[in-house]
Design a protein around this ligand. Structure first.
Ligand code: SAM
Length: 255
């Protein structure tokens, strides 16, 4: 720590991220609600609707953590189509503690450990070693890609595992452009979030890291370019802003 700023070397990032999510795994879901005032739920619901999965969709949810996206995916198909059919989601995350929370949630929701619809796997978004080329219909990554060391490698790996016609969709914090709203948002991020992290989770450093990682992530247009550089075809500008750009959904098709 140097004048309150932690400088992170690239090769240390994976270790640091591991530590952060090990620290927050138990309280992760409660803290999300608390910090975002529940808005992350609306973003995630919208994210799933924009993918519009069907009872045949094979989804790979990377950095899937405690299963928020996976459970929404299954709920959406059940409520829209009246049943799950052969729908399947594989949740991949680098952190065993997050996956464990996800597995327990799955059991509570009535999905056994050997469910044909959902499974949890340890793995790195940059090298999805157990996922064959052109094997999934849809790839999602929500609030995970900014934690990865090589973002462009993650996007290229997504391209590799998708079937032709498949779609990459990413939900991530992004950049607020309206100066007034940006002022309020900065105040909240830098002044309020670390204090809430201290008070509620007794862990100020992890929440300082989260805020810092949001600031370092490339703005909408740059990330959209990275997606195209990996080979994806984007529709329109390639992203949709949510809540003034606090978050954004980027997507691209492998044609
Ligand atoms: N997708 C979930 C959600 O939206 O609630 C979890 C998001 S959580 C903020 C970020 C997740 O990314 C953590 O579970 C962390 O372990 C995972 N992660 C970080 N780096 C990763 C990597 N290189 N490969 C796979 N997962 C990673």
């Amino acid at each position: 720590t140097h004048f309150g700023f932690r400088t992170v070397r690239k090769d240390d990032k994976e270790t640091l991220v591991g530590e952060v999510f090990r620290n927050v795994a138990d309280k992760y879901d409660v803290m999300n609600d608390f910090m975002s005032g529940g808005i992350h739920r609306l973003w995630k619901d919208h994210f799933i609707s924009s993918i519009a999965p069907s009872p045949t969709t094979q989804l790979l949810d990377v950095a899937g953590g405690t299963g928020d996206i996976a459970f929404r995916f299954l709920d959406y198909i059940k409520s829209r189509h009246g049943g799950l059919g052969s729908a399947n989601v594989k949740v991949v995350d680098i952190n065993p503690a997050m996956l464990q929370v996800g597995r327990e949630r799955a059991l509570k929701m009535g999905y056994p450990a050997d469910s044909p619809h959902i499974s949890f796997h340890e793995g790195n978004a940059e090298h999805l070693v157990d996922i064959p080329d052109a094997s999934v219909d849809a790839y999602t990554i929500a609030f995970g890609i900014r934690n990865c060391t090589n973002v462009d490698q993650v996007v290229r790996e997504a391209y590799r595992v998708l079937k032709p016609g498949g779609r990459f969709t990413c939900l991530e914090f992004s950049s607020v452009h309206n100066p007034l709203i940006r002022g309020v948002y900065d105040l909240y991020s830098f002044q309020v979030i670390p204090v809430l992290g201290q008070l509620v989770a007794n862990d100020r450093a992890s929440y300082e890291y989260l805020v810092e990682s949001i600031r370092k992530f490339p703005p909408q247009i740059e990330f959209a370019r990275m997606i195209q550089d990996a080979g994806f075809t984007v529709v329109g500008q390639g992203w949709e802003d949510l809540t003034f750009g606090v978050a954004a959904i980027h997507s691209g098709f492998k044609v």
